[in-house]
Design a protein around this ligand. Structure first.
Ligand code: ADP
Length: 792
């Protein structure tokens, strides 16, 4: 950029000249509008110009004002008196007075209010008025003294001259200074663009001003107060700039009227007329300024509000973007966590499959020494513990990722509870505790619930009760209550154990929190209650606890469960390794798995039962063998190289000659999504790894319509754990009519009823009755069904 030094100087000189011309012209105009002409000016505009220009351009502009004021004062004096020296001296006094007055005002206003804050609000306007009333005394004082000094006024005229001089200056400042300041700088707040309607409004306003002005100042009706609402109208509707002009128009009209002696202010004496006129001018000027300040204030508030709104919107947008980003990050992290857990679970389950699988195989098929039996039992137990741990951690992860869903099925409720309590009874008895299970009202029969999850909660609570009780009893109390189409069921698990202190109570529901006896803690993981709480909440209930330290603890919860008519027999209790084979032709089973140890578990579980098991190492081999051999059933892994389990299943379901073959998907990934995907791909069932032999056999029975052959003596021998085998008596079945009565009971899982019926049987059928009793005690419902069915 090229500097142009002459430019600012030129600008200052132009401003100085312009100010001087403006001042001088206003003074001249004032003389024409004086009352009587050439005598006293009611609104002395130059004083307003002097103050405004000092405020706008700085104090340095004073020489222009000084010169213009001197010439404007001395010249008419010289012309009218013909005394040049006296006129120059009086003019000099007036000019000095004018400059000092304007400087005083400007300095005070800048210091006390601030140049840009003068019409900021009503209090500032009042301050402005007060400061000007005071500072406008400077020029009349110095001016009158110099006039008196040169003999232009005498002592009698002094006070009157000073007063009209003062009022004229004040009126000039109140009308002209705001006008120049408001027009002289950019509007701090937006002035709305004018529409046609507003221009019409302004025309109407002007006509009204002229009309009322005519009445008041030409026809001398005392209706000048009617102009006040018009001034407010202008201030409220047309913005500050036009509002500042309005008093000027009215003042002009009033002054012209007064000069022509036609206004309502005109009185017999000049003093009276001037006083009324100037009071009127001061009132309209101050009123308009106050209204303008209020309007400005409102506009600023509006602008601030708009600004705040815009800021808020930007902030909301920013915040939403941030939240979205962090939500995405959290989702990615969560997904990564889930994937990690799924993979880890898969990796841990695969070797466990080998451990647990072979423990089951060895227990069922190998002749082992006592030590060997115990060792295998320990391997099985430890493996199971590890599996439970993995399952617990996975459950917790699923709960955290909100992926734990309930899968309710219709079940026979009494059998479900029998099953759960039977498992607990054995453990309680081993510890020498009394275990009581009672229902306070008849139990509903068919109920829809997620068996796996409810039994998980009950087993955890009862298990804890047994674990933390050394003497006394553990009680499960069930209170069913029919409520329309559902039952409200309350479960209480009460023990007489060590109890929990109030401080401990706060912690026990948190994951990995264990309290109290250290030895007992090693038996658990501290996850049970955390998971149970979440499951109960998922079922719509709340797990509560009451405990007296040293006396015992009661956990309770209440859930609403729908009643159902069509329930299927539910039993989670199975017969450990008593199946020795099946009736009918040999079935061929294809096992598809890329890991030999997994295949070998299935091969070794199923071959002794008389199955022909063939193996494939991956999906493509599995597909080929399926088409070649057409097995009776396929058990397939899901994650495999080349062609995975899903793809293989999809391909098989496309081929007409093999699409009917039942398939079981078996995977160490037990996420529900994998299970669903495998069923969608064409699997008939899902079997989690490590493979539970009983679950596998149940699925085979279901899909191949098998009838198992049992060896009950082996079961008894196993159960007695080394006790000498009982003498076996040949079983004589009761007549068909009795069997037909017993079979439905077995199918419904009504163990108690079966036991009663067995007791009532004739002595001839003692062996049959004993077998029923044994199986019923063990809750071997399926075995009971098969046992009775074979004689039907
Ligand atoms: P754990 O696997 O240790 O049993 P839980 O989450 O099931 O984990 O229980 C957490 C802790 O709560 C237990 O370690 C025990 O200190 C306390 N607790 C739970 N149930 C009982 C009970 N019936 N009596 C006394 N303490 C209990």
């Amino acid at each position: 950029m090229v500097a142009n030094p002459s430019h600012p100087r030129l600008r200052s000189v132009s401003i100085a000249i312009a100010v001087a011309i403006a001042y001088y012209s206003a003074a001249k105009l004032g003389q024409y509008l004086a009352i009587p002409p050439g005598f006293i000016t009611p609104v002395y505009a130059p004083s307003g110009i002097a103050l405004a220009t000092l405020l706008l351009f700085g104090n340095g502009i004073w020489p222009s004002i000084f010169l213009a004021a001197w010439v404007a004062a001395a010249w008419p004096l010289a012309v009218s008196t013909g005394l040049l020296t006296a006129s120059l001296i009086a003019g000099l006094g007036i000019a000095i007075g004018s400059v000092l007055q304007a400087l005083t005002g400007a300095i005070l206003l800048r210091q006390l209010i601030g140049r840009d804050q003068l019409f900021y609000n009503a209090p500032n306007v009042f301050q402005f008025t007060l400061i000007e009333l005071l500072s406008c005394m400077v020029s009349p004082t110095i001016g009158c003294i110099s006039m008196y000094g040169v003999g232009f006024i005498d002592g009698a005229e002094f006070a009157n001259s000073w007063f009209t001089f003062w009022l004229g200056d004040t009126a000039g400042v109140l009308i002209i200074t705001p006008l120049i300041l408001i027009w002289g700088r950019p509007q701090p707040v937006i002035e709305h663009s004018r529409h046609q309607a507003q221009i019409l409004e302004m025309v109407l306003w002007l006509l009204l001003v002229l009309g009322f002005g005519w009445l008041a100042f030409v026809w001398a009706y005392a209706v000048e107060y009617l102009l006040l609402p018009l001034l407010m109208w202008a201030a409220l509707r047309f913005g500050p700039r036009w509002a500042a002009i309005a008093p000027l128009i009215v003042t002009g009209f009033a002054v012209i009227g007064a000069v022509h002696e036609t206004s309502s202010f005109n009185r017999a004496t000049l003093n009276e007329t001037l006083l009324l006129l100037q009071a009127f001018i001061a009132v309209i000027a101050i009123t308009t300024l106050v209204v303008v300040a209020v309007v400005l204030e409102r506009q600023r508030a509006e602008a601030a509000l708009l600004n705040a709104k815009a800021n808020l919107e930007t902030k909301v947008e920013e915040r939403t973007a941030q939240l979205r980003a962090s939500k995405e990050a959290a989702e990615i992290a969560n997904k990564a966590k889930s994937e990690f857990l799924a993979n880890m679970s898969h990796e841990l389950r695969t070797p466990l499959n080998g451990i647990l699988g072979y423990a089951q195989i060895l227990r069922a098929s190998e002749p082992l020494s006592d030590r060997g039996q115990k060792g295998v039992a320990i391997i099985h137990q430890c493996g199971n513990h590890l599996l439970n741990l993995i399952n617990d951690i996975l459950d917790l992860a699923k709960i955290e990722a909100r992926k734990l869903d309930l899968h309710p099925t219709s079940i026979f409720f009494p059998a479900f509870l029998e099953g759960v309590t039977e498992m607990c009874r054995v453990r309680a008895e081993q510890k020498g505790l009394e275990f009581t299970y009672l229902a306070t009202a008849p139990l509903p029969e068919g109920i829809a619930l997620d068996e796996k999850r409810l039994s998980q909660v009950l087993l955890n609570l009862i298990g804890n009760g047994i674990k933390f009780t050394d003497h006394g009893s553990v009680t499960l109390r069930v209170h069913p209550q029919r409520q329309g189409d559902h039952y409200r069921i309350r479960f209480d698990v009460e023990d007489t154990g060590i109890g929990i202190t109030p401080e401990q109570l706060e912690k026990i529901f948190l994951p990995f929190e264990q309290v109290g006896d250290l030895r007992k803690q090693t038996e658990g993981t501290g996850l049970g209650l955390a998971i149970s709480t979440q499951i109960v909440e998922l079922m719509g209930g709340k797990l509560a606890v009451k405990s007296d330290y040293g006396q015992g603890t009661t956990f309770s919860f209440e859930v609403d469960l729908p009643a159902v008519e069509a329930w299927t027999q539910a039993s989670r209790i199975s017969n450990n390794g008593t199946i020795t084979g099946y009736s009918g032709r040999k079935r061929r089973i294809l096992v598809v798995d890329d890991r030999w140890e997994n295949r070998s578990v299935i091969v070794n579980l199923l071959t002794p039962l008389g199955f022909d098991v063939i193996e494939a190492q991956d999906g493509s081999e599995g597909l080929r063998i399926t088409q070649l051999v057409k097995p009776d059933l396929i058990i397939t892994d899901l994650m495999m190289p080349k062609l995975d389990g899903y793809e293989m299943l999809r391909a098989i379901r496309q081929k007409p000659d093999v699409q009917h073959i039942p398939a079981i998907a078996s995977s160490a990934s037990i996420f529900e999504s994998n299970q669903h995907e495998s069923i969608e791909a064409g699997a008939n069932s899902f079997l989690p790894k490590p493979v539970d032999a009983i679950a596998l056999l149940e699925l085979l029975k279901k899909h191949l319509a098998l009838h198992w052959v049992y060896d009950y003596t082996a079961l008894d021998a196993n159960a007695a754990q080394g006790a000498p085998p009982e003498e076996t008596i040949e079983i004589i079945p009761p007549p068909a009519a009795v069997l037909e009565k017993l079979y439905p009971l077995a199918m419904q899982g009504r163990v108690k009823a079966l036991q009663t019926e067995a007791k009532a049987l004739d002595i001839t059928y003692i062996a049959f009755a004993q077998q029923i009793q044994t199986l019923a005690q063990r809750f071997e419902i399926e075995a009971l069904q098969v046992f009775i069915a074979q004689y039907l």
